[in-house]
Ligand binder design. Structure first.
Ligand code: FPP
Length: 235
């Protein structure tokens, strides 16, 4: 029987620090390995027929980490985008970013803009990298945009419903999450796609992100295929 493939998959890529610590390396080494694995995950998603992939790379709360770790992640993003964008484009990947741009280093912002521009016409797989992203701030920004439209007289407040909010998220066309994967053993959402995860099937694995290879991703897809989705209704 044909397998059910999640149209939109999100990944909370946790465990880079522990991966490094278990090798007595500094945390940035784990983030480098984790970044290499992003390439593997995107290729696998593309080959599996997933149409949209959202990756949690840096949260609005991650600024609390030591400066050298934050700088390492931002630089890894620049390196990743410079190295991988041509091949991603060639394989039909459209790359975009979700999150608050304010506060990100100029170098990172420039690479993000260049990758978005270079891949804007691709359509085989939509990849959304969530950088300086928080689910609550995404919802607060949507509420603010709607309030501003109402204050300008452009919007009737009584018309505001779920669809209006969904239209004002960072990347509305990504739609709801079908499958949410979290690596690294923790069982929480950590402020990732709170709106979009409402009916997601959630797959937690103890595996650390740098170890989450193709077989592990396939196991998550098998889990998804085994679920019966009811969206609050009956079977
Ligand atoms: C969580 O591991 C991981 C992060 C906070 C950063 C994830 C970033 C990447 C994979 C690289 C970014 C890639 C691109 C393409 C921009 P952790 O540090 O919380 O691990 P720990 O829980 O073991 O300490």
């Amino acid at each position: 029987m044909e397998k059910n493939i999640p149209r939109h998959t999100g990944i909370i890529m946790d465990g880079n620090g522990r991966w490094a610590a278990s090798r007595k390396a500094i945390r940035a080494v784990g983030h480098r390995k984790g970044t290499e694995n992003v390439r593997t995950a995107i290729s696998f998603a593309r080959a599996s027929g997933i149409k949209a992939l959202s990756l949690f790379a840096f949260s609005t709360e991650n600024w609390k980490r030591p400066t050298d770790e934050v700088t390492a992640i931002m630089e890894l993003a620049v390196e990743f985008l410079a190295k991988e964008t041509p091949e991603l484009k060639a394989s039909g990947v459209r790359l975009r970013f979700a999150g608050i741009r304010e506060g990100l280093p100029a170098r990172t912002l420039n690479s993000m803009a260049a990758s978005e521009e270079a891949t804007k016409n691709e359509s085989a797989l939509d990849v959304l990298i969530c950088l300086n992203y928080g689910g609550r701030s995404e919802l607060a920004l949507a509420a603010k945009a709607l309030a501003e439209q109402a204050a300008q007289g452009e919007l009737d407040p009584s018309s505001i419903g779920e669809e209006a909010i969904a239209r004002h998220l960072f990347a509305p066309d990504m739609g709801d999450l079908d499958l949410l994967i979290r690596t690294g053993a923790e069982k929480r959402l950590s402020n990732f796609m709170l709106w979009q995860a409402a009916y997601a099937e959630i797959y937690f694995t103890d595996e650390l992100w740098p170890d989450f290879g193709e077989e592990s991703f396939q196991a998550a897809l098998d889990f998804y295929d085994s679920r019966q989705r009811r969206f609050g209704g009956l079977a």
